[in-house]
Design a protein around this ligand. Sequence first.
Ligand code: GCU
Length: 443
Amino acid sequence: MRTIITSRRSCASKPACRDETGRSAAARGAEPFGLQAQTPTVNLDESLVPEYVLPDPLTCRSGERIADTAAWRTVRRPELLALFESEVYGKAPGAPEGLHFEVLSEDRYALSNMATRKEVAIYFTDDEQHAMTLLIYLPNKRTGAVPLFLGLNFKGNHTICDDPLITESVSRMKPREEGGSEVRIPGFPRAAAASRWPVEMLIANGYGLATVYRGDIDPDYDDGFRNGVHPLFYREGQTRPDADEWGTLAAWAWGLSRAMDYFETDEDVDASRVAVVGHSRHGKTALWAAAADERFAMAVSNDSGCGGAALSRRCFGETVERINRVFPHWFCANFKRYANDEAALPVDQHELVALVAPRPVYIASAAEDLWADPRGEYLSGVYATPVYELYGLQGLYGEQLPATDEPRMTGAIGYHVRSGAHDITAYDWQQFVRFADKHLKNN
Ligand code: GCU
């Protein structure tokens, strides 16, 4: 293991920071309900990144060194997983007792007869009062069960493409006013997010696509954990998750695992070849989902930034302090303790990437998306590499950020930094498919 830099200064002690987010107003507008108004002091200058020491993924808290995959699997991996659970994302429950599925519709004439569209209700309770709707497209040209990409969408299932027969996601809610009751707000137009979901391209390449609206699992704002799945698991008298219990990102990841529960029952889907993918907050979620649930065969993080692939200790772009302040519901309450004190974190995000090993993981950045710290995202892959090497696999090498638009995918950790801004584009998906072709197909 290389020695990684030396002092323990945290970003609170940085000499000077600039007051800007580095994101367009439109991108910041993606944040819920005006919280972006609290513009933090952030550093976007590489020369001001503090010196830091990363925890070594192959050294246990006890000091024991991990030298083989058996010790990784039985000792260090469980230790790291437990730390990420209790200190970062929060512990999630398993599948609920009442979990059951209903195929609501199946249409083999979708997308000009190229695909089969299914909509599946995934009920979390026997009484069917709590459910998420899984939208699935499968290529009609297939000889057996297909591999697929699974990801959350921001604005509703009906926004991912211009198929008029997708059922509109209606569970988008917001509080009328602080502490007030919820009201439904008008949904987004059909196909509003089509540029982010190249359904036809995936179908043409032999992949299925499945997606869930995040609001079906837990609406994306801080309501004290009353309106999502959390209350279904409260013990008697509990009114919100404990400090080490799941926040919203872990709830979304939990929902992705429930989609996986369904895939295991669908003979058209090869549940052993599901890639979990996500952009931005959903990229954070995709990494955590793959770390926590080893049934996912591959993970793709797109512009996931702070709390995703980016190293927290670099304090570049969004910081632990800022993300906890603006999105207090995303992580577990314990994570707030590390605001301006990243050096005290018992983990860093390269170890999240390492938890995906030996399964392939792809990290994508955008050159103008400094808020998500492209270099910090890349370095997570570099510093996760020793764990992949234990398995005889290659990862990423060299501390220099790869050239823009020159993907690296020779090993089990892939990476690219695309030109342009914070987004998930056709170019990004083309690289994910190339990478998946190497790892999820027998060619
Ligand atoms: C905000 C937030 C990021 C997040 C992004 C998104 O910019 O600060 O952490 O990744 O929203 O999900 O779009």
